[in-house]
Design a protein around this ligand. Sequence first.
Ligand code: C5P
Ligand code: C5P
Ligand code: C5P
Ligand code: ZN
Length: 455
Amino acid sequence: MKEHARECNTEIQKHESVYVVSHIDADGLTSAGIICKALQRAGINYEMRFVKQLDDNIIEDIANINPELAIFTDLGSGMLDSITAKGINAIVSDHHQPRGEGKYHLNPHLFGANGSYQLSGSGTTYILANEIGQNRDLVDIAMVGAIGDMQHLKKGQLTGVNRLLLEEGVKNGHLSYEKDLTLFGKQTRPVYKLLQFSSDPFLPGLSGDEDACIGFLHDMNIRFGGDERWRRWIDLESAEKQRIISGVMQHCIKSGLQPFKVERLIGEVYVLLNEREGTEMRDASEFSTLLNATARYDHAETGLAVCMGERGKAYEDAKKLLGEHRQNLVNGLKLVKENGIIQLDHIQYFDAGNKIKETIVGIIAGMSITSAGRRDKPIIAFADSDDGVKVSARGTQDLIRKGLNLSQAMSDAAGFVNGAGGGHDIAAGATIPATGRNEFLNKLDEIIGTQFQKN
Ligand code: C5P
Ligand code: C5P
Ligand code: C5P
Ligand code: ZN
């Protein structure tokens, strides 16, 4: 990969300005942050553009702008033929399943690594950035992109090329990792909120119930509240943390939660050592959610600024957006629970209509599988979109082992109704014409049935 990255760099160095195109999620933002920083340091001008996904219209538009060089990050691998056909001089630095061929195409799938969990768009772009110049300090946000795409979930920790980059980052003092509680918000939120907002796993008798969570911690003799500020996880002493971890685990086992779910309470977590303690950026998972809260709501410039190290207004803006994002996730999950998930033979689905924004319906689908859905079928979610209907699909590791490939299935079923889709085996998306929804559903159900059968 490094060798090919070097060839890409030779092309980049021929230009004074480039047009960068990236994706509006945490991985796309960190990829953009990495490439923009590298270009800036190399004295190359850039113009930045973020897109929800790359389709023929956008490629056409970029071709009309006619940049001397375009760099696509965290997207492009699924659209290589269109990019080439439109005559765009392009470098594609991506980790999605490749379709077609391109001259400057950096993608782990081409080098024997699986892009759905061994290297993210940001990791791929980090490798490119380090051929452009010395950019090893950007390893921390490279790992944030991988966590944002949930690449650590496959094996319970970062593996593959991700792990090589992680270890390099640890050696250079930029990152650390340890086994710890996996619940969300350890840097920034009062401890009881970690329990209250846990959706994966859903903690029986605790998730969603603030009073129960506070009572639970009081019973364990965890001192908090009163005059002092609510304590966060990072404020606790290690004996207190231990007490909470074993207390929550025992509680879950007694309540009949399956052991594999209880085990998920503990896992490897990643800390960004150059960031201030108690901020979202210190924790890779909180950082990735902070970024999702910007770009998925048309504020990519805010997320990009944070990725590039701005900590003033950009960070304040991002925090505001994060509050709204959280509320949207809570409301979305509630909506799915109330309206229910419809079961077909091999898939389950819900249609959020205009009640959930298309850019976050995939996140809510993923969270719903564990909180409201069944684990023996992938979940499909629909949301209205300007271009028709947005579809998001999420599976589980178990289902992949049984033959599921959502990227292939979504691409084929969408193609069947004149839409387009792609992504990864475990998480994929598509946009289809509104009139094709039911036909799409039946086709998808059939394709996924066949995937399970073949295995
Ligand atoms: O666009 P992109 O490839 O970056 O998005 C990947 C998506 O797949 C993310 O939304 C991520 O959360 C999701 N994913 C998942 N479960 C996994 C791995 C990825 O939901 N185990
Ligand atoms: O797009 P993807 O599926 O990766 O997004 C999932 C996001 O939801 C992650 O960024 C994760 O950190 C976030 N999340 C959250 N609150 C939770 C659980 C997950 O904000 N309780
Ligand atoms: O939008 P969502 O989070 O559901 O996307 C999941 C995965 O599917 C991402 O990797 C995204 O890049 C991909 N996707 C795609 N084509 C679309 C929509 C999403 O390849 N039309
Ligand atoms: Zn990605």
